[in-house]
Ligand binder design. Structure first.
Ligand SMILES: [Zn+2]
Ligand SMILES: [Zn+2]
Length: 308
């Protein structure tokens, strides 16, 4: 065996710090993976440092050899019983905390719903009568019924009855001359285009808007009831009438608004980009544009007429 081959086979050289056995006689060596040749041996301390760097503080992360991809076998000294128990408890707490936090969240949402339900009952029935009703009711019924108040308000808010009426409207309004005169285009040839559905029928079903709108409805119903139906004695009837009136008024306004948007969409035009192009070929188009503007003004006049 020549001295050079002896060097490469058995002389240890650390692949981290490149020191050989002769540089430090007392150092501890390991061959932790399948690598052979120059990267077979590594100082135990160097590899520890390297693993620390890879794990970045999480001692359970697995680390592999960068060359041969063998996972390093890392063993810990045995725990004594007390520490073992503490380790178990620690892991159990770590795993249960997400569930506890989730439960707390659900619980607080539930109790918020119950409180909202109770406040709404008192708002709708009147303070005294509301309290009376809730005192007489079965507690279990209250625990289920009160949180159903906000839930059912939100669910009913998601029913988009205005869209349904609008659909009927668009189907049958051409047959009613007066209405089609008031609400749709006065230029029938322009309104042939049916706009894309997304822009008109489905405004973004924004969750926060539904939530706010649903939860504020009882308050608005109370206010409208007091303003419009002040002579009604019963709190409940007054609020109910107020709520119906509010929903009806809002529905009509919304339908009107959406229909106007629909008409605007259907009458939109696209202009020529270049000056020369519009001068040579589209005197006609320009005229159309002007007509359109006039129509818009006319429509605005109609808007006002319909509103008041
Ligand atoms: Zn080393
Ligand atoms: Zn290796």
């Amino acid at each position: 065996m020549t001295s050079s081959s002896r060097n490469s086979e058995s002389e240890k050289s650390c692949w981290v710090c490149f020191a050989s056995e002769d540089d430090d006689r007392d150092a501890k060596w390991v061959c932790p993976c399948r690598c052979r040749g120059t990267s077979r041996w590594v100082h135990h301390a160097c590899l520890q440092r390297w693993i620390d760097e890879k794990q970045r503080g999480n001692s359970s992360t697995k680390v592999c050899c960068p060359q041969c991809n063998t996972e390093y076998l890392i063993v810990f000294p045995k725990l004594n019983k007390a520490v073992y128990l503490m380790d178990l408890v620690d892991k159990a707490i770590y795993k249960t905390c997400p569930f506890v936090a989730g439960g707390l969240f659900v619980g607080s949402v539930y109790w918020t719903a119950v409180t909202y339900g109770a406040v709404t009952v008192m708002q709708v029935l009147g303070h005294k009568e509301g309290l009376n009703v809730m005192e007489k009711a079965d507690p279990l019924f209250l625990l289920i019924g009160l949180p159903m108040v906000p839930v059912s308000l939100i669910l009913s808010k998601m029913i988009r009855w205005e869209d349904f009426i609008l659909k009927l409207w668009r189907k049958y309004s051409p047959k009613l001359p007066l209405i089609s005169y008031l609400f749709s285009s006065s230029n029938p040839s322009m309104s042939q285009r049916i706009p894309a559905d997304t822009t008109t029928m489905s405004d973004p079903l924004s969750a926060t808007r539904i939530l706010c709108g649903a939860l504020i409805l009882p308050t608005l119903a109370t206010i409208v009831g007091k303003v419009l139906f002040g002579q009604v004695e019963s709190n409940f009837q007054r609020t109910l009438l107020g709520g119906i009136a509010f929903i009806a008024i809002k529905g009509v306004l919304k339908i009107y608004y959406k229909q106007q948007q629909y008409v605007r969409q259907s009458e939109r035009t696209i202009l020529n980009f270049e000056e020369g192009c519009s001068a040579s070929s589209s005197n006609n188009n320009n005229n159309n544009g002007n007509n359109n503007n006039n129509n818009n003004v006319g429509n605005d006049g109609n808007d006002n007429g319909a509103n008041y």
